[in-house]
Design a protein around this ligand. Structure first.
Ligand code: GAL
Length: 809
């Protein structure tokens, strides 16, 4: 009987489609929290939560990606630097599925794109593996304990230690999960490596290496480049593509490699890999993509998605990139950890260069419970995982082994860096290795020689000195600016002194002149980039605001690590001391764009520089200052033109021209009177662009504007709705802070609200929100499989209501 059953199963397996199946494993998990609870209490973690027989029916039911921290509440007693949100603690996820009988004889894997953090995984009560680093993607082999024809229960335990990060890490299974079923002979995990060693207009050589698990003499590997219709056979081979369409920023063409594995003549596995054909080269003169010099106009980005937290959503990342591209961004540094794979897919498709970074610390910690705990045992596995996962992305143009690690200042620190470089190169020799360096002397003490590309964080004054010592080494600003501002806040008198903590209510003025002591305003970095054309670009800290690290109101003592100058360090220490206690800020002020994706003024100084062909001008501040009549109220203008004339209520306040190394036009002695301030910008003597700011009337109504009025009924797609408080004429009232209530009807749900105020403790999960300086955000998600019209209504006391309709298809 037993033998017969086995045979039946085997023959079923062989006659059924023998290719791999990749199953989305995101839905219907059960979830419970233990240890530190969101309300500050402690809940004991019982034994045996991994047991197959545990009754978890009372646990909360949810889908992943899920971030348990973003649900809040914001708590005064929690640290500012990690967002004042309850992400620390223990979380268990359990999911039970029926396995078909046809699983017999198959390999069963579970793939996590990321689980925050210290994950441990069981199947049917049996321990199957772990992966501590919350930013790594990993695969576990479930085959030994998988029960075909029965129920199978997967249990995942995550444990977020407090003080394990310098920013908000989030918590939970916050990226996608898949179940992968293959035949015993199959393409190994991340087993394909496509490179393009020779590329010309006429022909490209595509080199393909494939690792197949379980392969023997009867295994055949076939490769096909689908769009080009060319094929080959073998585990290591080269295929030629005639007249290749190159991957470039303007036209990011992608090709598909179809890998087919046959065993004894039967197809057992088919895998598709997307790749691009392009060349990259770094010289002492710059970066070259397909032979063309490209200056990297980059931003650093943390991984959270503002009010959505760290739970990844492809549309939310795509929206971020769209906004960044509108500004002229062509490069992203994934500070300071491996990103969600969807980010790289989007960058491939949208034409963005990426620096993928591995670590924020090595052996020496920056926070008591950070990755330094795991570095000795895990650095190699994590670094290899990062590179193997991401090495086929055309967008990825360099690997970073770390950021401002504490090993850097001394000569003796170089070997750790060299060891990581060697590991990275052993996985991928086609891309250079870099590192974000903030110790001046690491540019000449030997440390610099451990990486191919050298990047300074915040050291424009040292670029030439570095060059004098290392004339041939490609060089860039790995982290720049760190200017701070709150959208729509302006403080007077305006001062060029980049002091900390100015202004009331824990906001920072948006004249874009304020930066912490180690940092600069954008203009200073621009000047260095222009003075030294061999600098291949910059990565501004940061593109978007992120949760945590609300410098200059950060209680984060690790801020002090950023100081090389003892006097500056002492000044910062005193400032933090002075600010002590429970201060409200919980998200950054560094973003060029705020936490909701609303542009701050700074957006336009970058756009003016990075998109010189786009006619644009931007005036700041807004022009609603009833208390400043007769007072000096400086007006600054960002423009891609070279000259501009300012008018106040029709009267010219003079025409100004940008000087050498000048990036903003300033009328610092304007005396405020209500009305209209208008700029006319010129380029080469011709009118180029205009902008104006008008004193508005009182708040009259709510206006709702969606980024997309049609979304897919896939339960994932999002519409980002901007809520504006406007006057009778439709002008946004810049200092309005009205509280707004929302209602939704139809097949959609409001999954988050926000307003970009870094000090607000209002929940992101609510049906109401105060606008911050005129704006708030509502994020609507479709319901899977349900189409129709979604109507969002907004109400606020004393204002005419607003409404918008979104089609879900
Ligand atoms: C850098 C650091 C970043 C962030 C930034 C703030 O030194 O690399 O992670 O902390 O400072 O200015």
């Amino acid at each position: 009987m037993k033998t017969w059953m086995m045979m039946a199963i085997l023959s079923l397996g062989a006659s059924a489609l023998a290719e791999r199946s990749t199953i989305n494993f995101n839905e219907d998990w059960r979830f419970a929290r233990f240890g530190a609870m969101p309300d500050g209490s402690e809940r004991a973690e019982p034994e045996g939560l991994e047991s197959a027989s545990l009754d978890d029916s009372q646990w909360r039911s949810l889908n992943v990606p899920h971030d348990w921290g973003i649900e809040g509440p914001f708590r005064d007693d929690l640290p500012n630097r990690t967002g004042k949100l309850p992400w620390a603690g223990i979380g268990w996820y359990r999911k039970t599925v029926d396995a078909p009988v046809s699983d017999a004889g198959k390999k069963i894997f579970i793939d996590f794109d990321g689980a925050m953090s210290d994950s441990k995984v069981w199947l049917n009560g049996e321990y199957v593996g772990e992966w501590p680093y919350g930013y790594s993607s990993f695969r576990l082999d479930l085959s030994n304990h998988w029960k075909p024809g029965e129920k199978n229960t997967i249990a995942v335990r995550l444990d977020n230690k407090p003080e394990s990060s310098r920013w908000y890490p989030g918590g939970g299974i916050y990226r996608n999960v898949r179940l992968v079923k293959t035949e015993p002979v199959h393409v190994d995990h991340w087993g394909i490596f496509v490179t393009t060693p020779d590329v010309s207009k006429k022909e490209a050589t595509i080199s393909i290496k494939t690792e197949v698990a379980g392969a023997d003499d009867h295994t055949i590997i076939l490769q096909e480049i689908v769009e080009a219709g060319v094929q080959g056979e073998g585990a290591h081979l080269q295929i030629k593509v005639a007249n290749p369409k190159l991957w470039s920023l303007e036209s990011p063409t992608l090709y598909t490699l179809k890998t087919t594995v046959k065993q004894n003549g039967i197809v057992v596995d088919v895998v598709e890999t997307s790749f691009g054909i392009r060349t990259i080269e770094y010289t002492s003169e710059g970066f070259f993509l397909n032979g063309k010099k490209v200056r990297m106009n980059g931003v650093c980005q943390h991984h959270d998605l503002g009010p959505l937290g760290s739970a990844i959503n492809t549309r939310a990342i795509e929206r971020q990139i769209e906004i960044l591209q509108e500004m002229g961004v062509n490069a992203i540094r994934t500070a300071h950890n491996p990103p969600a794979p969807e980010l790289l897919d989007l960058c491939d498709r949208m034409g963005i260069l990426v620096q993928v970074e591995a670590f924020d610390c090595w052996e020496k910690s920056k926070a008591p419970n950070d990755y330094a705990r795991h570095f000795p045992e895990w650095h190699e596995k994590d670094l290899r995982a990062m590179i193997k996962r991401d090495r086929n992305h055309a967008s990825v143009v360099m690997w970073s082994t770390g950021n401002e690690t504490r090993e850097m200042k001394k000569k003796e620190d170089a070997p750790v860096s060299q060891m990581l470089t060697d590991i990275a190169k052993s996985e991928d020799s086609t891309r250079p290795i870099t590192y974000g360096c903030n110790a001046p002397n690491a540019g000449w003490n030997g440390f610099q020689k451990t990486t191919d590309l050298f990047g300074y964080n915040y050291k424009p004054h040292l670029y030439q000195k570095f060059r004098n010592v290392n004339p041939m080494q490609p060089f860039y600003g790995s982290e720049t600016a760190s200017t701070v501002s709150s959208r729509g806040e302006y403080f007077f008198p305006v001062s060029d002194e980049k002091h900390l903590g100015q202004g009331g209510d824990f906001q920072v003025s948006s004249y874009d002149l304020t930066a912490p002591p180690w940092a600069n305003n954008p203009d200073i970095e621009f000047a260095a980039q222009d003075k030294y054309p061999w600098v291949f670009g910059e990565f501004v800290w940061t593109g978007f605001d992120y949760i945590g690290e609300p410098t200059p109101y950060n209680q984060d003592k690790t801020n002090l690590l950023n100081f090389s100058d003892p006097a500056e360090r002492k000044r910062m220490e005193e400032e933090l001391e002075r600010l002590g206690g429970n201060i409200p800020p919980r998200s950054s002020y560094f973003g060029i764009v705020d936490l909701c994706g609303f542009k701050k003024d700074r957006f336009y100084i970058y756009q003016a520089r990075w998109r010189p062909e786009l006619p644009m001008a931007h005036i700041l501040p807004h022009w609603n200052w009833p208390e400043r009549i007769g007072e000096v109220t400086p007006v600054h203008v960002y423009t891609s033109g070279d000259e501009a004339e300012l008018f106040l209520n029709g009267k010219s306040l003079g025409r100004k021209r940008k000087g050498e190394f000048e990036y903003r036009l300033r009328w610092d002695d304007v005396v405020y009177e209500p009305g209209e301030v208008k700029v006319v910008a010129y380029k080469d003597g011709k009118i180029w662009a205009e902008d104006l700011q008008k004193t508005t009337g009182n708040s009259a109504k709510l206006e709702l504007v969606a980024d997309r009025s049609e979304i897919a009924a896939d339960g994932q797609d999002l519409s980002f709705i901007t809520v504006r408080v406007v006057d009778a004429e439709g002008l946004v009232v810049p200092r309005s802070h009205n509280s707004v209530q929302f209602k939704i009807e139809g097949p959609g749900e409001i999954i988050a609200v926000g307003n970009g105020d870094p000090t607000s403790h209002e929940s992101f999960h609510a049906l109401e929100r105060r606008v911050f300086n005129g704006l708030a955000l509502v994020v609507v998600r479709s319901v899977k499989g349900e189409s129709g019209s979604v109507v969002v209504k907004a109400d606020s006391d004393g204002l005419a209501a607003g409404e918008i309709e979104i089609e879900v298809k």
